[in-house]
Design a protein. Structure first.
Length: 160
């Protein structure tokens, strides 16, 4: 269940902004069927409660020279909270890691890494990942082709 109650207008606002975060308030209001003032109040509320975390441009990794995507499964030596926190803090400081997850299964953490090429990943692996605190095993999976990139959240599945 969502932490914040979202009505139909809120869901339409969120869907529109996921599609195009550069919409002006007037354009957004027209698209969802509200006047500008109530639309702006709703957007500000969604920002304040943390439903909308921010706005960003979606970049093509190949066009900016980051053509290799690697999904890295990492096991840590011990499951002590202190060790895991040191690992988390180290990962947060790595710009090559564009997302990181604590997971269940064979790995403890799953990192989404982007680098220019295989040689760049080799440098990142040997110079950085292998030196992270508590790392006992690393498994790298290289993306061959992007079938589906990050998509908007499926808001149509939310309960009314």
């Amino acid at each position: 269940m969502p932490k914040t109650k979202l009505d139909g207008y809120d869901r339409r606002i969120l869907a529109a902004l996921q599609r195009d975060g550069r919409l002006t308030n007037v354009q957004l209001a027209d698209e969802i069927g509200l006047s500008a003032s109530p639309c702006l109040r709703r957007v500000r509320h969604l920002e304040q409660v943390g439903v909308i975390r921010g706005y960003q441009a979606s970049l093509d990794p190949d066009e900016v020279g980051l053509g290799l995507t690697v999904f890295v499964g990492i096991k840590v030596e011990r499951h002590h909270e202190k060790e895991a926190e040191r690992f988390r803090e180290a990962v947060l400081a790595l710009p090559e890691v564009i997302s990181a997850f604590l997971v269940s299964g064979e790995s403890d953490f799953l990192l989404h890494v982007v680098v220019p090429d295989l040689r760049g990943y080799e440098r990142f692996l040997t110079g950085t990942l292998l030196k992270l605190p508590g790392v006992s095993d690393i498994r790298s999976n290289f993306a061959i082709q992007t079938v589906k990139a990050q998509s908007p959240l499926p808001l149509n599945h939310l309960p009314s």
